[in-house]
Design a protein around this ligand. Structure first.
Ligand code: B16
Ligand code: MG
Length: 218
């Protein structure tokens, strides 16, 4: 079926905010008396804020009450927001602006499908907001990826069927969410990791409208 809409994950696909998440979570872990590695941080990609905190506390072998967890997540978010407020359009990932421009000119509808509750600040600071016909982020969904809610809501807001949507994702959980939504996907990263994606590319600079036409048949 013909692809009519593109649904983009944010962190790891359009911008690299993972480094800021890492710095802020590390600061929090250090303040609690432990540390975690960059490899462990990989497991937090695409995962919601509270789920990330649960995993980190687990690594530090700490137990906290629900109230304490909210306070810790709030503290981390304040540090994180201070960092992303300094972001500039120069931090947009390779090929992103050209690809978004060409698909928009070709008439594709475009939505965001991110777990982040901070997507508005990031899209504004990096000058990407104007490309989007719909924004679905952590403020609109209750179930995080691999649940398909975020992408199904994107399709609904754009007035599209799931089979008309193509998802762009860097996280395994995000590709699983696309598959569960009945959507085709472009994995951004390595084919060894994103084995369940329809196709995998290194970044958006590898793609053009002609590739999307080829995917109509997949
Ligand atoms: P926030 P994505 C995700 O963004 C990040 O990959 C993940 O590390 C983060 O915990 C999550 O957003 C929530 O972010 O704390 O800003 O609400 O990849 O879904 O765009
Ligand atoms: Mg991501």
């Amino acid at each position: 079926m013909k692809i009519k809409a593109c649904l983009f994950d944010l962190d790891g696909v359009l911008v690299d905010t993972a480094i800021y998440h890492f710095k802020a979570w590390k600061q929090l872990a250090n303040s609690l008396g432990f540390d975690f590695t960059e490899e462990q941080n990989e497991q937090l990609k695409g995962i919601s804020r509270m789920e990330s905190l649960d995993r980190i506390l687990n690594w530090g072998k700490l137990q906290k009450s629900d109230e304490e967890k909210v306070a810790l997540a709030t503290k981390k978010n304040e540090w994180y927001v201070a960092m992303i407020e300094q972001m500039t359009p120069a931090e947009v990932l390779n090929g992103t602006v050209d690809f978004l421009t060409s698909i928009k000119n070709a008439g594709y509808r475009i939505a965001l499908g991110s777990a982040s509750k901070n997507s508005a600040i990031i899209l504004q600071r990096t000058n990407l907001a104007h490309f989007f016909d719909a924004i679905v982020d952590g403020n609109l969904v209750s179930k995080s990826k691999p649940d398909p809610e975020v992408f199904l809501k994107g399709a609904e807001l754009l007035g599209m069927k799931a089979q008309e949507c193509l998802v762009f994702e860097d996280a395994i959980a995000g590709i699983e969410a696309a598959n569960r939504a009945g959507m085709r996907s472009v994995g951004i990263g390595s084919p060894e990791v994103l084995t369940e994606a329809t196709i995998v590319v290194k970044d958006l600079s590898r793609l053009s409208v002609a590739h999307l036409h080829q995917m109509d048949e997949l």
